[in-house]
Design a protein around this ligand. Structure first.
Ligand SMILES: NC(=O)C1=CN([C@@H]2O[C@H](COP(=O)(O)OP(=O)(O)OC[C@H]3O[C@@H](n4cnc5c(N)ncnc54)[C@H](O)[C@@H]3O)[C@@H](O)[C@H]2O)C=CC1
Ligand SMILES: O=C(O)CCC(=O)C(=O)O
Length: 444
């Protein structure tokens, strides 16, 4: 058995219940085979793969808080500090009832390579809780966030580990967590990103993941001789990433015809009304069933189904494993030319293979959605120099970063005879920098 297979088997044997983590590790290790084969003796001696799949540390803690009825509730909090070879741990906090250690580990593992691809000095980490923010009052959200941070604040800091938002964690939650960090640690520092503009946040961080997704998609299409203008786009999700992906796609002249949430999905043949979407999701925090009140011509469907709509470009922006093999088949049958992942690992391994085998351009999340964390790193820079850059300054840096990411992964794929395979390119390009830093820093 080769080195890659040995390490993968040991990952599965050690933590048999962590399917999402296995999936993320498998995709990366399979892509790295040509690099590993070239350096096998050295990597084996230095146990590079064994070290890269094992987090530096995994924190799990109790989060007690009092609900509006006076009842004490208990959730579980997580922070996985995966790898800090190239910079302080960096990655979001997910608040969703599905959260468990395997999910946080898959997200933290992906983050190592994504953060490396940005070209900025940030290591990989991720955290969160099985707390469900849906239907909670503002006071309950604050109580949870304060309790969560009372424990987490012992392990993070502007130069050690800098969390941020993810599913269920937006500006409101980051604000409550920042306030608690400041109160308990007595430090006013850039310990979180995605902060409000009045207390150290960066302009364009809210838009960054969605905008970055479109900057990378546009570059990928251009390099393949395709214009994005007038293309029909299917988007899934209706949260932060989906909203700003829709906005930038529209600005680039494409027509977005779908959005979704965990209950159902909307098809709007005239193109999604962005103002209506923002009001429903950002202001009212309501369900997409409301969209029809704004756009009588649209359709609302319960359950899943976004990928059955005829489109040129598919942008999965909701959650992991939301684009399955049957969806990939429907997309190909409908003439889809490109899939770019706004979410983390939204496409299953068999669906990815099917899309690639059918010549659909495929941009993996660790490259395509890296604009969010890249802009978080720009927020860290602004915090360090105690300055704020303009929207245009941040947005233009973001665009450059996304264009560079695309060319780096395109070049890496070509170097290893996998031209056009952007999954292989992203994993190799992300890995190369991390392994170089790990090697230089010795066994640690
Ligand atoms: N916010 C950010 O800066 C970044 C987010 N991501 C990823 O993008 C994805 C979306 O994150 P955000 O937009 O920030 O979160 P959000 O909380 O703003 O929105 C999440 C969206 O996904 C939908 N969703 C969640 N679970 C679902 C499920 N089981 N089935 C169907 N729909 C579901 C929700 O209804 C919502 O529309 C996640 O995979 C996240 O990890 C990746 C990079 C950065
Ligand atoms: O901005 C950040 O640090 C977090 C981004 C994130 O969680 C992600 O890239 O998935």
């Amino acid at each position: 058995m080769g080195y890659v297979d040995e390490v993968f088997e040991s990952v599965v044997a050690k933590d048999p219940g962590q399917q999402e983590f296995h999936q993320a590790v498998k995709e990366v290790l399979d892509s790295l085979r040509p690099v590993i084969e070239e350096n096998e003796e050295k990597y084996r001696r230095d146990a590079i793969l064994e070290r890269i799949v094992e987090p530096d540390r995994q924190l799990m803690f109790r989060v007690p808080w009092v609900d509006d009825k006076g009842q004490v509730q208990v959730n579980r909090g997580y922070r996985v500090q995966f790898n800090n070879s190239i910079g302080p741990y960096k990655g979001g906090l997910r608040l969703h009832p599905s959260v468990n250690l395997g999910i946080i580990k898959f997200l933290g593992f992906e983050q190592i390579f994504k953060n490396s691809l940005t070209g900025l000095p940030i290591g990989g980490g991720k955290g969160g809780s099985d707390f469900n923010p849906k239907g909670k009052s503002d006071r309950e959200i604050m109580a949870f966030c304060q309790s969560f941070m009372t424990e987490l604040c012992k392990y993070i800091g502007a130069d050690t580990d800098v969390p941020a938002g993810d599913i269920g964690t937006g500006a409101r939650e980051i604000g409550y967590m920042f306030g608690q960090y400041k109160k308990v640690r007595g430090l006013y520092e850039g310990v979180l990103t995605g902060k409000g503009l009045s207390y150290g946040g960066s302009l364009a961080r809210t838009e960054a993941t969605g905008y970055g997704l479109l900057y990378l998609t546009d570059e990928m299409l251009k390099c393949n001789g395709i214009e994005i203008k007038d293309k029909v786009v299917a988007v899934s999700g209706s949260g932060n990433v989906a909203i700003y992906a829709t906005q930038k796609a529209q600005e680039l002249g494409a027509k977005v015809v779908t959005v979704s949430d965990s209950a159902g999905w909307v098809y709007d043949p005239d193109g999604i009304d962005l103002a209506a979407l923002k009001e429903i999701k950002e202001v009212k925090r309501a369900r997409l069933t409301e969209y029809k009140n704004y756009r009588p011509n649209s359709e609302y469907h319960e359950g899943r189904g976004v990928w059955t709509v005829k489109c040129d470009i598919a942008l999965p922006c909701a959650t992991q494993n939301e684009l399955l093999l049957e969806d990939a088949k429907a997309l190909v049958a409908n003439g889809c030319i490109a899939v770019a992942e706004g979410a983390n690992m939204p496409t299953t391994l068999d669906a990815t293979e099917y899309l690639q085998a059918n010549k659909v351009l495929f941009a993996p999340g660790k490259a395509a959605n890296a604009g969010g964390v890249a802009t978080s790193a720009l927020e860290m820079s602004q915090n360090s120099e105690r300055l704020s850059w303009t929207f245009e300054e941040v947005d233009s840096k973001l665009k450059n970063i996304m264009v560079n990411i695309f060319h780096n992964l395109d070049d890496a794929a070509k170097r290893y005879n996998a031209e056009g395979n952007y999954v292989v390119g992203a994993n190799i390009a992300g890995f190369e920098k991390v392994v170089d830093a790990m090697t230089a820093q010795g066994v640690c």
